[in-house]
Design a protein around this ligand. Sequence first.
Ligand code: UT7
Length: 321
Amino acid sequence: MTLRAILAGTGSALPRTRVSNAELAERVDTSDEWIVERTGIRFRHIAEPDETTATLGAAAAKEALAAAGLQPSDIGLIIVATATPDNTFPASATKVQAILGAPDCIAFDVAAVCSGFLYAVSVADSMLRTGAAKHALVIGSETFSRILDWEDRTTCVLFGDGAGAIVLSAEDVADDRGILATRLHAEGKYCDMLYVDGGPSTTGTVGHVRMQGREVFRHAVTNLASVLGEVMADVGLAAEDIDWVVPHQANKRIIDATAKKLGLPADRVVLTVDQHANTSAASVPLALDLAVRDGRIKRGDLVVLEAMGGGFTWGAAVLRI
Ligand code: UT7
């Protein structure tokens, strides 16, 4: 028997308001045609003032708990991956804990921007396997609309708000179910290529997203293909063994180019970028939840998660459902 972190449930939450490319084109110098052709994005959800990273994260967490058949009191660890916390502190994970009414447990945030969910999954996996908790809520939740410069068409059309959550449970298994491998990377020398031009310790303001899009694109394809190769080698499996890839949803062209590099057919890649745009740390768990709920991802499937974002940071995970 092997102690592993098993996927016990998934959930997600999207803000009430959905904005089309055409609606955006009324306030920014852009077009539906440009956005669809360059990114594959058609819609994004934008949070209303009462919808925050913590409230969206808690809504996604409630769904994941219900899917896992667990109560908030069963949870020993809550990790929220976010770059847009409700407050500088306390951690949004503690606010989620309060909304859920979960009693004393471990709760903290992870900041690795778009790769945050992969970082959080990897940390939770290690903590569950070393006995820190029996059940963990791992949440990616973002309200990027609050840090977008709505005058900058090169960034504001790309992002959306939302949350996704999973429950991971430590279980002794005889088969190969659960998280089989994770790999994380960071190269801080590229920190100026995708960043927010503000913060508590510099400007004292929240700041806005700034990005050198073409450079980020180039690094994303290279790094994602390479980290996917690493995790597959870790588990001794090949591209043809993968049932589903759930990639970070930044740009359909990045997803297509990465899949092509690895020889993965497009019909095994979960795509939500058209409906959600780039929701940063929320994009992978949101897409995972969608594919689990519509029946594509089933028990026994080999699933690969991957993401790349500001820092640069990137990572991947392989799990058997
Ligand atoms: O989550 C991880 C982080 N993010 C990413 O992974 C994003 C990575 N980068 C990308 O997805 C792409 O680089 C973008 C979608 C951001 C941009 O696509 P691109 O094909 O690299 O376009 P570009 O930046 O080279 O710009 C091409 C043209 C420019 O005009 P000129 O200089 O050729 O006249 C831009 O000014 O498109 C123009 N442009 C726009 N036009 C209409 C830039 N943004 C827009 C816009 N609407 N929203």
